[in-house]
Structure formats: C-alpha cells, structure tokens
Design a protein around this ligand. Structure first.
Ligand code: URA
Length: 326
C-alpha cells in the first residue's frame, strides 16, 4: 500500500460524507479511478453496476472523480454504507493499523480535503446531521435516561473546535455543551483567547449524558462501547465543520479522537493530528476546577497560546503573562 493511502482514504470518506450530508445519494466513479484505488489496496476493482453508470453516460467528465448525482430529500437521511462506517469507527478503537510514518527524507503526504461546503449548504447539512443525531436510539440506557441529546454549539464556519467528554447534568437539561461549572471555565478560557463561544464550535465525544443508575447526581466516564457507538456523529460533524485547529479537552476526548491511551499528562501541549487537522490535547476544565492549581492553569493557557499561534491570532503581552507567578 502506498504511503499516505490511509490519509487519502480518510479524505475521500470525509468528502463522501459531506456529499451525503448535502443530499447526494450516489457518486460517479470512473472505472479508471476504481482500478487505481483497487491497485493501491491490492484488491480487484469492483465491476460497475447499473446504479453507478459510466461517467460519460450521465455527465461530461468532471474535474473531480467523485461527483454527486441525484439529491435526496433532507427528511430521509441515508445510513452510511457499512464499509464507510467501519472505516470511520477505526479512529475510535484501539490502535488502528495505520501506514507507518514515512522516513524523514520522504515528504509528508498531502491530505486532500473536500472543499468546505458553502454556508447555506453547510447549515443544511449540519441541521440534517443534528436531526439524525437527536433521533439516535443506539444506546438504550442513555436513551431512557437522557433529557436532551447534546449535539454541539457554535459557528459552523469556526476555525477552532473544542471537543469535550460528554454532557453533564446541566448540559443534559439545557441541550447545550459546556454550560455548567466546567463550561463557565471553558467560556472564560475562550474569552481570554480573545474569542467568544459563538466564534468557535463546541461538541463532545458522547452526545448523551452517561447515565448513573441509582444515583441522583454525579458523572461517569463514557464506556468504550458508548464512545464507539457515538463517535460517528462527531466524526461527521468535524468532517462538515472542518476546523483549522481542534482542542481535545481531557483524556476521553483524546482517546475518542486519536485512539491514544497515553494519558493526558503526557500528551497535553504536544500537537497531534486528527485526520489532517492539528489537534492540541489539554486538561479538561473540570480537572482545573478540581485541582485549582495555578501551574495547571498555566499549562492549559500555554496550550491555548500554541493554538492561537497556529491560528495566527495576535497574542498581547498581557495575555502572555496570564498565570505566571509574579
Ligand atoms: N464536560 C464535558 O466534557 N462536556 C460538557 O459538555 C460538559 C462538561
């Protein structure tokens, strides 16, 4: 398999998902492209079926080898093909077999992302995704305990996306992520960066609050099964929003997005890569609330300054001095 094939495959899947979310039911793939893809995997190219007509029969050769055809009504969301779902799910599971990193002399593979949808199509695609997400009944325990499905909030055009663990009681009650105490701290962090909540996008690994049977309050970490089940929603959301930079808040977000179990203490402050998007792991605001340690607050702030630098945002001297012992 060619180096970078997995990244190209990820980008292709993201593109297909964006097309599907915007209403496409079918894609045209020329037999030449199919043959080239198959050669890369070592599998035999599938024979085109009548539902995948030869490109020339339907439309003139497109600049892209994959183009939408018949739109589908937004009210009838289509399920992902099993092969696509399985592929997206691999990111959630333990160390997925990836192409080994290329030697230093080989340039890093270029990740080709589908162009971001225009604002109107993106809003429609996100709304379609939201409707399918809030109707999800895959985890019976969470379906019976939840008050709301907490889809996500913010600017679909956001350059920066924060991903947390799962809704707590406040988020479950209000249907919005990070509105409780940890959320207030996250909002302060975002404000300190010179942004507002409405300029970023905020979502969680789990869209439903993890239930705590027999306990009227308290939170629990999502189980691996819950994470695997729920992640495709977030993955599709990220594929639509296509932020320039992501922040993973806490260990569950890192595990869910990267499949890494190295621990947040080791990973925080070190740039990671989620499907071609730079991702900064940092401590969860709830952890900062528990420890109340200025040293930890400073670490999170340093991570946020790295994010700001990556986004080419200005950083004032005052900002640089936050949480530095005087
Ligand atoms: N903690 C999270 O991880 N997400 C929320 O939405 C709230 C608290």
């Amino acid at each position: 398999m060619q180096p970078g094939f997995n990244d190209l495959l990820d980008a292709t899947i993201a593109h297909l998902e964006a097309l599907r979310s915007s209403g496409a039911r079918q894609v045209l793939v020329s037999s030449q492209v199919l043959a080239e893809l198959s050669a890369s995997t070592g599998r035999k190219a599938p024979t085109p079926t009548p539902s995948v007509p030869a490109p020339a029969a339907v439309r003139p050769a497109s600049a892209s080898p994959i183009a939408p055809t018949a739109p589908r009504p937004p009210s009838a969301p289509a399920a992902l093909p099993a092969s696509v779902t399985a592929r997206w799910n691999t990111a959630t599971q333990a160390p997925a077999p990836r192409t080994p990193p290329a030697p230093a002399s080989v340039p890093a593979p270029i990740i080709t992302r589908p162009p971001k949808l225009d604002p109107i199509a993106l809003a429609a695609a996100l709304e379609n995704l939201r409707q399918r997400t809030v109707a999800c009944v895959k985890c019976p325990n969470l379906v019976s305990s939840r008050k709301n499905v907490v889809f996500g909030v913010g600017d679909p055009q956001a350059r920066l996306m924060f991903v947390g663990e799962a809704p707590g009681a406040d988020e479950d009650a209000q249907g919005e992520p990070f509105v409780g105490l940890a959320g207030e701290l996250l909002t302060k962090i975002i404000t300190a960066m010179g942004l507002s909540r409405s300029q970023v996008y905020i979502a969680n690994i789990l869209k439903c609050r993890p239930d705590t049977p027999g306990q009227p309050y308290g939170n629990r970490k999502p189980t691996p099964e819950e994470m695997t089940t729920c992640l495709p929603w977030l993955q599709e959301q990220i594929g639509l929003i296509q932020p320039q930079v992501m922040v993973a808040l806490g260990v569950t977000a890192v595990e869910g997005l990267l499949g890494k179990t190295d621990g947040i203490t080791r990973l925080r402050g070190k740039w990671q890569n989620y499907q071609g998007i730079p991702l900064m792991p940092t401590y969860h605001p709830a952890y900062l609330l528990r420890t109340q340690l200025t040293t930890d607050k400073r670490k999170v702030w340093e991570d946020m300054m790295s994010v700001m630098e990556r986004l080419q945002m200005p950083i004032s001297e005052k900002q640089r001095g936050y949480f530095v012992a005087k």
